[in-house]
Design a protein around this ligand. Structure first.
Ligand code: UGA
Length: 438
């Protein structure tokens, strides 16, 4: 099967590489020629475990290629996957302009029958529109159908999630399209759920928003735990034995970030509004998350009168470990507040610091200062206070005694509930976390 993939972001690139890995012939298309050259040289544009090695292997085996020449890639493809971004617009709706651009390029190029598969997360009904749009612009007399095949990979474990997905969702309107997709996914040997296009589109939003809801729910319970003297980690453990609840995504913390949950909750809320229906659970999920991102800052502000001229250690900048992605990360909400208060920040992140520098370059920023350091110890040295925003292994491995040994005042605000309360107390640290008694 000759496959083309439009877009080499997380979804497009990882899917394309995975298709090549199981033996398909894949060409990944991007408009950025520098990025294409970079990939041809054997480099992955995103930090993802095993990805670069798989890219190199499949490229040298001739199963995987990269190009900006979309005409050549699309004209005789059996299947074209669209994995371009659908960023959030100011009103919360999804921006579909990248999808439209690719759809038009495909329509004007195709020389044989082709199945177009939308992997990007799109509002319900979009695939119907894409099919109509492509038909309107078709140049040659070929058969084209659009199918929905949402992606469920998480950043940081993208390759594993793709090769070992919990399920493959196939949304089609004909047996022809369904059979082609089943054939493509056959080597993956994974459960396939075959539904109509609109249900497939909805499954993606409903799944992501349910997970976001679960996190916001746990964050609310955590906030209540603090008020009534319960411990959220014990509560979560007690809940997790009920298989109807499950043991995953019960971690309270500093709120969810990333490119998906924030965007997809707002998009579904918008879809509800467009259809005259108020999604109360999703509205609350969003509101709780916005407040949760400020939880540590508010706690610390109450404890310390000012951050002016304080040395503030910040451990973790990315929205979660295993990625260099900063989108909607709690650090991006908190650091500007600390800087505008005059804090002298020493930030550590094993891979996210370079990206953070694009927002806040090393040196003077707002009323404060930021220095990027390459180890946890450098950040903690002589610090007056420490904030933990991401549970990187380097942070989880810290021996509690280190805080006391290195910091000027061992005061730690942990947004990821990493440390044991008793051990922190025994090490003489004033430790504030989420949903647990200090
Ligand atoms: C998420 C979903 O998990 C994927 O299934 C989905 O395919 C993807 O969005 C997408 O739509 O593309 P991702 O955003 O990469 O993946 O990351 P997650 O691991 O889900 O984490 C999202 C945020 O939730 C992170 O900030 C994380 O720290 C937070 N989180 C997660 C919690 O606060 N508590 C938890 O228990 C779990």
């Amino acid at each position: 099967m000759k496959i083309a993939v439009a877009g080499t972001g997380y979804v497009g690139l990882v899917s394309g590489v995975a298709f090549a890995e199981v033996g398909h012939q894949v060409t990944c298309v991007d408009i950025d020629s520098d990025k294409v050259d970079y990939m041809k040289d054997g480099n992955s544009p995103i930090y993802e475990k095993d990805l670069e090695e798989m890219m190199r292997r499949n490229y040298s085996l001739g199963r995987l290629d990269y190009t900006i020449d979309y005409k050549n890639a699309y004209k005789d493809a059996d299947v074209i996957f669209i994995g371009v971004g659908t960023p959030e617009q100011p009103d919360g709706s999804a921006d579909l302009s990248y999808i439209a651009t690719v759809a038009r390029q495909i329509a004007e190029t195709l020389e044989k029958d082709c199945l177009i598969v939308v992997k990007s997360t799109v509002p319900i009904g979009t695939n119907d529109k894409v099919e109509k749009f492509v038909s309107d612009y078709l140049v040659n007399d070929v058969k084209v159908e659009v199918a929905s095949n949402p992606e469920f990979l998480a950043q940081g474990s993208a390759v594993h999630d793709t090769l070992h997905a919990s399920r493959i969702i196939i949304g089609t309107e004909s047996g022809w399209a369904e059979e082609i997709l089943k054939e493509i996914y056959k080597p993956f040997n994974l459960p396939v759920v075959s539904v109509n296009r609109r249900s497939a589109e909805m499954i993606k939003y409903a799944s992501n928003d349910f997970l976001a809801l679960k996190i916001s729910y746990m964050n609310e319970i955590a906030n209540l735990c603090e008020l009534v003297g319960a411990d959220i980690q014990d509560v979560a453990e007690g809940m997790s034995y009920d298989s109807r609840i499950g043991s995953q995504f019960l971690n309270a913390g500093i709120g969810y970030g990333g490119s998906c949950f924030p965007k997809d909750t707002k998009a579904l809320d918008y879809i509800g509004e467009q259809n005259g229906y108020e999604l109360k659970t999703i509205k609350s999920t969003i509101a709780i998350n916005n407040e949760q991102k400020l939880k540590l800052y508010n706690k610390a502000s109450e404890r310390l009168i000012t951050f002016k001229n304080l040395k503030v250690a910040v451990l973790g900048l990315t929205f979660k470990p295993g990625t260099d992605d900063l989108r909607e990360a709690a650090s991006l909400t908190n650091l500007p507040l600390l800087l505008s208060q005059g804090a002298d920040i020493y930030a550590f992140d094993p891979v996210g610091a370079e990206n953070f520098k694009q927002h806040y370059p090393e040196g003077k920023n707002l009323n404060g200062n930021i220095t990027y350091v390459s180890s946890v110890n450098e950040a903690l040295e002589e610090a007056n206070v420490c904030f933990i925003f991401t549970e990187w292994p380097e942070v989880k491995e810290i021996n509690p005694k280190t805080f006391n040994k290195l910091m000027r005042t061992p005061l730690v605000f942990d947004g990821r509930n990493i440390f044991n309360l008793k051990e922190m107390e025994e090490a003489g640290i004033e430790y504030h976390s989420i949903g647990r008694m200090a």
